[in-house]
Design a binder for this molecule. Structure first.
Ligand code: UD1
Length: 417
């Protein structure tokens, strides 16, 4: 199994190009199932979750060609409606094929994604909302077997809780439904806006009618299109924190700064100097890091996907800080490993109390999920010595060329078998 060796105590300096967003690419790839016309996608990140989604689409009968930096998807002969456990188990976003398959064929059999390290992660909100579009379903031997005998029929749906995945599944499903659907209490993550832009370009009739409400008038078919996926705001945030934690000086390029307003605001409060340009942000880390109280929240709040990374920076603050995790019930798996490196973080329910003024010590570590893995790299970058990070397959699910990008800005990091 591959490991990462990280040698610390280096200030990162230079520039990093941010890749395309994994979390925007996944629902857009699922949405291509609606179409019989050719779809060309650009800026997909080269990460394992995207390979898994492409394998899932191929297993459903999609014809996929990779041509330099674009992917050409032809679903005109796609007819299968069975998404197997083997493909969905490693990546929860596999459930996003349920909406488009039901919308196109009125029938689907999709594996339940199951739990994962950061929480139980049910799909009840997806299923309840799909029922309102006329879907009947049962759960049998770990699969959702769903049918819509009369096709999907538009309705007014209010989500009981804000869910990124359920909002995406329903927007996609309603795009080919008969009549009009309104969805309220929607997630409004930038990746959802990118999905909506993609669908609108393809001829779908979708309109935001208020901050968290969207109206979708079903259409009969989807047009041929080319779409460039948005930048990965979590990757951008991770590298901003990498600069802050090493007292470095980085230009984070290929982004839209206003999309990461909250992250910039937090980093400024913590003491980093930030210069915003059109498609880049320059950050100069400070030696004096301030303390803060952070609560994760749906967009435009502070993202749960940056909670582990910011915690590393807060260990270096001049006083103790708190982080409240409001999205997932078990997303503090990185804390035990950070404490093994010398951090003093105490968990009380969904709150972490983080003591400041910590100097991390190198250690052999275990990655537990995607964002936890990267937080261990950030901590290791600040130590004097060699850390070894095991189970980095988690990292490869979502960060494109991370060692290459970090090496280019001065980090000493090596992948070993
Ligand atoms: C997406 C992101 C993930 C991010 C999360 C929150 C992708 C591929 N993944 O995950 O990186 O951390 O948004 O920003 O885009 N819930 C239910 N029932 C449901 C659905 C969700 O109880 O049917 C709960 C979840 O367990 C969680 C909360 O709602 O506690 C939010 O989950 P959701 O927004 O759906 O996250 P994902 O779409 O899975």
């Amino acid at each position: 199994m591959q490991k990462l060796e990280v040698f610390g105590a280096k200030r990162l300096k230079g520039q990093i190009q941010v890749s395309g967003s994994k979390n925007a690419s996944l629902p857009i790839l699922a949405a291509t199932l609606l179409s019989d016309a050719k779809v060309i996608l650009k800026n997909l990140p080269k990460v394992r979750d995207i390979d898994t989604m492409l394998a899932l689409l191929e297993s459903l009968g999609s014809n996929i060609r990779i041509n330099k930096n674009e992917i050409i998807i032809d679903n005109s002969k796609q007819k299968k409606i069975f998404a197997s456990y083997n493909l969905v188990k490693t990546m929860r976003a596999g459930i996003l094929v349920l909406g488009p398959l039901l919308s196109k064929f009125g029938y689907a059999k999709v594996s339940l994604p199951g739990g994962c390290a950061i929480g139980t992660r049910p799909i009840d909100i997806h299923l309840k909302a799909l029922s309102k579009l006329g879907v009947k379903y049962k759960i049998n031997q770990g699969y959702v077997i769903a049918r819509a005998p009369k096709g999907l029929i538009g309705n007014n749906i209010r989500f009981s809780k804000i869910s990124v995945g359920a909002t995406e599944n329903l927007i996609i499903a309603a795009s080919l439904a008969k009549g009009t659907t309104t969805l309220t209490n929607c997630a409004i993550e930038p990746e959802i806006k990118d999905l909506v832009n993609f669908l609108k370009k393809a001829g779908c009739k979708i309109k935001w009618i208020s901050k968290r409400s969207i109206k979708i008038i079903g259409v009969n078919e989807i047009k041929e299109i080319t779409h460039t996926v948005m930048f990965d705001r979590i990757e951008a945030g991770t590298y901003l924190i990498a600069a802050a934690v090493t007292g470095g000086n980085l230009k984070i390029k290929n982004i839209i700064p206003r999309v990461i307003k909250k992250e910039i605001e937090v980093l400024k409060k913590l003491g980093s100097k930030i210069i915003i340009k059109k498609n880049e942000v320059k950050i100069i880390g400070s030696k004096k890091i301030k303390s803060i109280k952070i609560k994760t929240a749906p967009y435009p709040g502070f993202p749960t996907d940056l909670q582990a990374q910011i915690m590393v920076l807060l260990c270096k603050a001049n006083k103790s800080s708190t982080v409240q995790e409001n999205i997932f019930e078990n997303r503090f798996m990185h804390v035990a490993e950070l404490n093994r490196m010398g951090a003093k973080i105490l968990i009380k329910g969904n709150k972490a109390i983080i003591e400041g003024n910590i100097s991390f010590e190198p250690a052999e570590l275990m990655a537990t999920d995607l964002r936890a893995s990267v937080s261990l790299i950030l901590a290791a970058l600040t130590t004097k010595g060699k850390s070894i990070i095991n189970r980095i397959y988690h990292l490869d699910r979502g960060y494109e060329n991370i060692e290459k990008k970090l090496k280019k800005v001065g980090a000493k990091i090596k992948r070993v078998n």
